[in-house]
Design a binder for this molecule. Sequence first.
Ligand code: FE
Length: 181
Amino acid sequence: MSIFAAIEEAFRCRGAESYGEGVSQLEHALQAGWLAEQAGASAALVTASLLHDIGHMLHRLPEDIAERGIDAQHESLGSAWLSQHFGLGVSEPVRLHVEAKRYLAAMEPGYFDLLSEASKLSLRLQGGLLNAAAARRFAGGPHAEAAIRLRRWDDEAKVVGLATPDLAHFRTAIERSAGPR
Ligand code: FE
């Protein structure tokens, strides 16, 4: 199965599930990928944005786990899966997109207040704000900037009813960034 076919299959099976804020997993993914593309991001970062929550579609926990106080660690699952098919330019921003939220919530005045209620709830389960040492460590990493950009698109990609291109539109970006590095 090609990488695009595998991704299509994941969204066909699980994409209709609720992301939790009035949009489906597929809608959230397409909005994030579309925001990245419109911002002129690289094919790798567009792919990462589109697939940043693929971990939610790989595990078998129910949709409302955050409300039950469980952290699914979807960023680890997702990046581990992606690293089998893509280089670090895709898998690392995905692995770091939760830490980017913890970083921004700690470092950027006003960021926390702009988060949705669901994001505020999951932030607590994900360990809350980064402390100063962890924030320095995060910011010094080679993929921190990409993870922060992805995070901001993630936060915005929750518009109910927004029209976006479909999954096939992203095939070129996915296939261009597939393969090691
Ligand atoms: Fe997301």
